[in-house]
Design a binder for this molecule. Structure first.
Ligand code: PHE
Ligand code: NA
Length: 444
């Protein structure tokens, strides 16, 4: 059977933006920013998105589009060596690891969505106003496992339907909805009392924070930049493998990075004014996976139209999370389909079955959840991207330049040689360096 391709130009961009925009922007970005010095973090993170994220994204695109295969087959075929295929196998492990914890968080969100929709905000303030205790109930145990299975089931349904009818169609509906709802929420948040204090908190810029804490900010900022752009897992290799030669990769890559970053910033413009308007200081609600939900749920519970706003907000988060989780599941699914000629349906059933189990373990064991969502994912993504980029620089070489130039305008072509140098030498060094700061500084 012929391999599927994206039906439209926009389809690929929306699918890739859908993968990028997710819990990374909405859940991780605001509290990482709050925790690491406000806009000082934002500036370092933006720098890394621009200097590492965009060229790195192009590296994954070039591999995928050149080979028209998912990572394992792509690395093996382009190099002619089985050992590179073995390195590609890590992407399968990364995809499964990512989805195992992501699906649990997706489950929390669905629960928040469903429960805010039936006006729990009003009827049971304890659910939200005493969330410290309640969040424990939401976040771990049998309920968390059930909602994880629900979220995973939705993810599997979309991937089941294939590239065009599943992922492309799904993201074509989900991404505009996310942008419209989020824009609406940001406009509404601006009308709230004390919103200015929220903006000030989010966007306060103190250059001394950068100069004094540069190395402490660097690791988290790099990890956040990779996570948010879905880099290092092979998702972007896989998505680009369904792409034709006529697209300009530099254009698409930049568009994806700009859209993704905008969503992160707009989310901050929703979250922080909302928290401050309700007298909730994000630095006092504590940190950790639950912080955002606890703070926001507290704010929603105090608002006159809290149910409505909470429903809109958690709908945004659900759609954004789903359009990312499908890109995680697609990695191992494409691997089975490409390498073993398994039907898509069986591949989805098998892989979703596996993640049903691994995710349930994460749902019951907060310590395992924390390890997978934090340390393991950071290391896998950073090492994964370093390996992909070394591959582009040293194995593909001139082929990579040719592939990047195909469909790109004159500007894209003229940038391809410096790009190859960055991708082959500078970025892997940088990534290995940030990997080391994880082992040294972030001993979590
Ligand atoms: N970028 C996604 C998010 O921000 C997470 C993701 C990482 C998706 C790696 C695919 C691969 O939520
Ligand atoms: Na993102």
């Amino acid at each position: 059977m012929a391999r599927e391709t994206w039906a439209t130009r926009l389809g690929f961009i929306l699918a890739a933006v859908g993968s990028a925009v997710g819990l990374g922007n909405i859940w991780r970005f605001p509290w990482q920013t709050a925790e690491n010095g406000g806009s000082a973090f934002l500036v370092v993170y933006l720098g890394i998105v621009l200097l590492v994220g965009v060229p790195g994204l192009l590296g994954e695109f070039v591999i995928g589009r050149r080979a028209n295969k998912s990572p394992v087959g792509a690395l093996r075929e382009l190099s002619g060596q089985r050992s590179w295929g073995f390195i590609g196998m890590f992407s399968v492990i990364t995809g499964i690891s990512l989805l195992s914890f992501y699906s649990v968080v997706g489950g929390w969100i669905i629960r928040y969505l469903l429960e805010s929709g039936v006006s729990l905000v009003g009827s049971d303030p304890a659910y939200f106003t005493n969330p410290g205790q309640y969040f424990g109930g939401v976040s771990a145990g049998a309920d968390a496992a059930l909602y994880h299975l629900l979220f995973l089931g939705l993810t599997a349904l979309i991937v089941f339907a294939g590239i065009r009818k599943g992922i492309e169609l799904g993201t074509k509906i989900m991404m505009p909805a996310v942008l419209v709802l989020l824009g609406g929420l940001a406009a509404w948040a601006a009308t709230q009392p004390n919103a200015a204090a929220g903006y000030a908190f989010f966007l306060r810029f103190d250059p001394s924070v950068i100069s004094e804490n540069f190395f402490a900010i660097l690791g988290p900022a790099a990890g956040q930049a990779l996570f948010t752009l879905s880099l290092g897992a092979g998702t972007m290799i896989t998505y680009a493998s369904y792409l034709g030669e006529d697209r300009s990769l530099p254009f698409d890559g930049s568009a994806i990075a700009v859209l993704n970053t905008s969503v992160g910033v707009i989310t901050g413009l929703v979250v922080f004014p909302l928290l401050f308007s309700q007298g909730i200081n994000p630095t006092e609600t504590g940190t950790g996976p639950g912080a955002l939900f606890v703070g926001l749920a507290g704010a929603f519970s105090q608002l006159p139209a809290g149910t409505l706003i909470a429903t809109a907000f958690f709908a945004v988060v659900t759609l954004a999370a789903l359009s990312s989780s499908i890109s995680m599941l697609e990695i191992p699914v494409a691997f089975l389909v490409d390498e073993y000629d398994v039907s898509r349906k069986r591949a989805v059933a098998g892989m979703a079955g596996l993640v049903a189990v691994t995710g349930t373990v994460c749902a019951f064991e907060p310590s395992i959840f924390g390890f997978v969502a934090g340390t393991l994912v950071n290391i896998l993504l950073t090492a994964g991207l370093a390996a992909f980029l070394l591959f582009v620089g040293w194995v593909m070489g001139r082929d990579a330049i040719e592939e990047l130039a195909s469909g790109a305008g004159a500007l894209g072509r003229s940038l391809s040689t410096p790009w190859l140098f960055a991708v082959g030498i500078v970025l892997p060094l940088f990534l290995v360096f940030t990997l080391l700061t994880h082992f040294g500084v972030d001993g979590s």
